[in-house]
Design a protein around this ligand. Structure first.
Ligand code: PGA
Length: 262
């Protein structure tokens, strides 16, 4: 059985001091579980101090973005090469990057290639907007985003990666619209089918596909129970150590249950 992956995306929140404090609290509240992998994605500024602070048996680190060039005259940017010995993962193609920083399909593709080239595991985010959903284009969007992003990768590269399904219309909507487990199930299936067609069964079955979009401690178990869901990517809830540690605990419970009933 694949390990359940819980990735906390802290987005552009917390000073280095606050990030260190949150990591400390999480360390107190989260137990190390064999079956759950917990990843923290703080701001790039906090990666270095947290890499020294965290207990590596409990936590891994992810960057939220990086530049597709390994080095050069790109003022203000940080490359995958620079992140290589700091992080296990980099989140690529998050909808906020696609929307606010104009990252198109080709940029995302180049970032995924740069990530793999630098021996970091990509967490590729895909998902349709509200307009695309209403127009019935979800499958087409998932096809375009997945097939373009993986264009330059071998089966070996793909089998280790993570894909996060994050419907744009369901991100940070707390109290508003939530994706229904049935919607999530259909999208996850679609993504795995895409992988099956491109790379065959072995690769499709080894890629971890996770869900993100207003996940908190109240709804986590419901999403984790969706067939084919290998984990979660909470944003806002990951800034609250009670909520985030409850999500990790739910993942552990869920994993245990499905092992027992298998
Ligand atoms: P949210 O963020 O949990 O606040 O919806 C998720 C994400 O954007 O990755």
């Amino acid at each position: 059985m694949r390990k359940t992956l819980i990735v906390g995306n802290w987005k552009m929140h917390l000073s280095t001091h606050e990030a260190s404090l949150l990591a400390h609290r999480l360390n107190d509240h989260i137990e190390a579980h064999q079956d759950v992998e917990v990843v923290l994605a703080p701001s790039v500024l906090s990666l270095q101090p947290l890499s020294v602070q965290i207990d590596r048996r409990k936590f891994r680190l992810a960057a939220q973005n990086a530049n597709e060039h390994d080095q050069g005259a790109y003022t203000g940017e940080v490359s995958f090469t620079m992140l290589h010995d700091l992080v296990h993962y980099v989140i690529i193609g998050h909808s906020e990057r696609r929307l606010y920083f104009n990252e198109g399909l080709e940029t995302v593709r180049d970032k995924v290639a740069a990530c793999v080239r630098n021996k970091i595991t990509p967490i590729l985010c895909v998902g349709e907007t509200h307009v695309e959903r209403k127009a019935g284009e979800t499958n087409q969007v998932l096809h375009d985003q997945v097939s373009t992003a993986l264009m330059h990768l071998t089966s070996r590269d793909v089998q280790d990666m993570v894909i996060a399904y994050e419907p744009v219309w369901a991100i940070s909507t707390f109290g508003g619209e939530l994706a229904k487990p049935a919607d999530v199930e259909a999208a996850l299936k679609r993504i795995r089918l895409e992988l099956r067609e491109l790379y065959g069964d072995k690769v499709a079955d080894s890629v971890r596909i996770i869900y993100g979009g207003s996940v908190d401690d109240q709804v986590a178990a419901g999403y984790l129970a969706v067939p084919g869901c290998d984990g979660l990517l909470p944003g806002s809830a990951s800034l609250n150590y009670h909520k985030f540690s409850a999500i990790v605990a739910a993942a552990h419970r869920q994993h245990k249950q499905s092992r027992e009933s298998a």
